[in-house]
Design a protein around this ligand. Structure first.
Ligand code: TRP
Length: 336
């Protein structure tokens, strides 16, 4: 049976947190064990420089993200795990696609429109103030990431759906003009896992500064969990599970039986301190072994690097012939 090809990128600008784990990393690692799936996961470091111009942060984040995925047991034999910048063909393809992308399509991209909107609201005379060509055209780079490997399914957060659709549009336009070259990708959004609440009850996100880092020490994890916002209900007073960040995070880690157990506890008025203590236990049990491996990996960057190089080699086995095919299609060939 032919394997279905999945691909997703992780922008290297932050430290992995529980929201990343539940929403992206955990499902991806499960998929890496599935013999019917062939997955491509990569560190999107050329995407990172769109928003972040701090070299130390890019470097540190790349190392942390790679160590996190490996520590959690990513099966690198059944998946291709690489760094975008190690596959130069992607950047070449990005230019070719840029030349086949309508500027009007990019004008409609949310990230760009959002930035313009912010400028207009600030009553800025230049609506494009502070907006780089990188931000403007990044859906093209993302299209190159996807189309290069003939990926069929693209697991993303809701904010990225539009970009996958743009990749599809760009592929169609190329195929129509130059002949069948690219596979048309589809986005995959899992409604069950897409959102995890953060410390303040809003979506857990780096931009809200409300995250719980995945591999902090147990002591720090405890401190973070104690900071989760709750209401003022006393022990013994019934609590509403449907309106609680503590419960929401519990649900993301618990079995159905454990979910029911905590629902009952809420109804019976469990104290917030006790609920948080049990939440810490639940999360800690699930991640503590991986945390140990993470610490070991972070102390052994040469190993992480060798895994990424192995991945890059596998990726280039696909990207080199694909780029050749594209060049032939557009007429960039030997003149002999
Ligand atoms: N832009 C994506 C994000 O911000 C990351 C990304 C880059 C990506 N290239 C990709 C995701 C290709 C899926 C496929 O989350």
């Amino acid at each position: 049976m032919k394997k279905t090809r999945y691909l997703t990128g992780i922008t290297t600008t932050g430290t992995p947190h529980l929201g990343n784990y539940v929403g992206a990393i955990r499902p991806a690692i499960e998929a890496s064990q599935d013999p019917n799936i062939e997955s491509f996961y990569f560190l999107a470091d050329y995407h990172a420089i769109i928003k972040c111009h701090d070299p130390e942060q890019i470097k540190q984040s790349s190392r942390e993200i790679a160590a996190t995925w490996l520590a959690l047991g990513l099966n690198t034999d059944n998946s291709v795990f690489y760094r975008q910048s190690d596959v130069p063909e992607i950047m070449e393809l990005a230019w070719v696609l840029t030349c086949m992308t309508a500027k009007g399509l990019m004008n409609r991209a949310h990230a760009y429109k959002g930035a313009v909107q912010e400028n207009v609201e600030k009553d800025n005379s230049d609506p494009d103030k502070g907006i780089t060509m990188g931000l403007f055209s990044y859906p093209v780079l993302m299209s190159a990431d996807i189309l290069m490997f003939g990926a069929e399914k693209i697991p993303v957060g809701k904010d990225q759906i539009q970009h996958v659709e743009m990749a599809r549009d760009i592929a169609q336009r190329f195929n129509h003009h130059f002949g069948e070259t690219f596979t048309l990708p589809e986005f995959v959004v899992d409604d069950n896992v897409a959102l995890l609440s953060g410390l303040d009850g809003r979506k857990m996100s780096k931009s809200y500064h409300n995250t719980i880092p995945l591999f902090d020490t147990e002591k720090k994890l405890k401190k973070s969990i104690n900071k989760i916002k709750t209401n003022l209900l006393e022990p013994g007073e019934p609590k509403d599970a449907s309106d609680s960040t503590v419960f929401d995070i519990w649900e993301a880690f618990a079995t159905p039986e454990q979910v029911q157990y905590m629902r009952d506890q809420f109804a019976q008025g469990i104290a917030w301190g006790q609920a948080k203590k049990e939440l810490l236990g639940l999360i800690n049990d699930q991640i503590k072994d991986a945390r140990e491996r993470y610490v070991e990996l972070m102390a052994d960057p040469a190993f992480i690097e060798s895994e990424l190089q192995k991945g890059a080699e596998k990726a280039r086995q696909q990207s080199a012939p694909m780029l050749k095919k594209v060049r032939e299609a557009i007429g960039i060939v030997s003149i002999t």
